[in-house]
Design a protein around this ligand. Structure first.
Ligand SMILES: Nc1ncnc2c1ncn2[C@@H]1O[C@H](COP(=O)(O)OP(=O)(O)OP(=O)(O)O)[C@@H](O)[C@H]1O
Ligand SMILES: [Mg+2]
Length: 249
């Protein structure tokens, strides 16, 4: 479980402070797939930086537990900027996190090659990031995140540069991955459709400083739910309407 209690967060700037969160309370259960929606600059990426500890400058408490035990090193985070190191090849970039976390290299390498093939970028294995398109870079960044094999996955707009068909394929892949491993997923997106298609729950942040304005469960009860079948469910349009009407603008 990820529990945020009474979080206050602001950034200090030259002439004062920018308030991002005031008394934010938020909990995500194990195995839940939650999508965060909200306008540019409302604090979505900041929220992930707080959860992962990249940014520790806040008031309040964040607890991450698995079966009641506090856990470290259990989060894989795909940042909004892909941060591929230009002097390393695709596969070296992918393996970087494994090297740092001292995980089993052979298992990770096998997994990396499987994902590269699945995402149809195996031929880029030994290329340098400068020779990749934006979408290809995002795929590499996604593989780097997935092979860490953690029980919590934070994905900050992972599909923003990906073409529509591939996007649906990737949504399906992540959805199945999370379902199989009971992974807790927190996804940041700007796409209402995508959010309904993959999530158990959608949380909408209001304009900067307004916190959570809408928190809704998505119940698309089909035996073989996938991001494609979810879109065909009769309730899909109802969810879309509710979110559209409550979207901060
Ligand atoms: N290090 C920083 N110093 C000052 N202000 C910052 C800093 N990082 C972020 N901000 C500001 O905080 C606000 C929230 O930023 P954040 O990146 O969390 O937004 P976001 O919801 O992820 O937006 P987007 O949809 O554009 O990715 C923005 O107004 C941004 O300018
Ligand atoms: Mg962001």
């Amino acid at each position: 479980m990820i529990q945020l209690s009474n979080i206050n967060k602001s950034f200090k700037i030259k002439d004062g402070e920018i308030l991002i969160f005031k008394n934010l309370n938020f909990a995500i259960q194990e195995g839940e797939f939650v999508t965060i929606l909200g306008p540019n600059g409302c604090g979505k990426s900041t929220l992930f930086n707080l959860i992962t500890g990249i940014d520790s400058d806040y008031e309040g408490e964040i607890n991450i537990k698995n079966n009641g035990r506090t856990i470290n090193n259990s989060i894989a985070y795909m940042l909004q900027k892909d941060l591929l190191l230009p002097w390393l090849t695709v596969i070296q970039n992918i393996m970087l996190g494994i090297d740092i976390q001292k995980k089993d290299k052979n298992v990770a390498l096998k997994l990396a090659n499987e994902y590269l093939a699945m995402l149809k970028i195996a031929k880029l294995t030994n290329e340098y990031p400068a020779n990749l398109s934006g979408g290809e870079r995002q795929k590499v960044s996604l593989v780097r995140t997935l092979i860490l094999n953690t029980n919590i996955l934070l994905l900050d707009e992972p599909f923003s540069a990906i073409d529509y068909n591939t996007r649906i394929e990737l949504q399906t892949m992540i959805f199945r991955y999370a379902e199989k491993k009971n992974t807790t997923v927190l996804l940041i997106s700007h796409d209402i459709d995508e959010a309904i298609a993959v999530s158990d729950r959608i949380v909408i942040l209001g304009k900067r400083g307004n916190g959570i304005v809408w928190d809704m469960k998505i119940d698309l009860n089909i035996p073989d739910r996938s991001p494609v079948t979810a879109r065909q469910h009769p309730n899909f349009a109802n969810y879309y309407k509710q979110i559209w009407e409550n979207y901060p603008r």
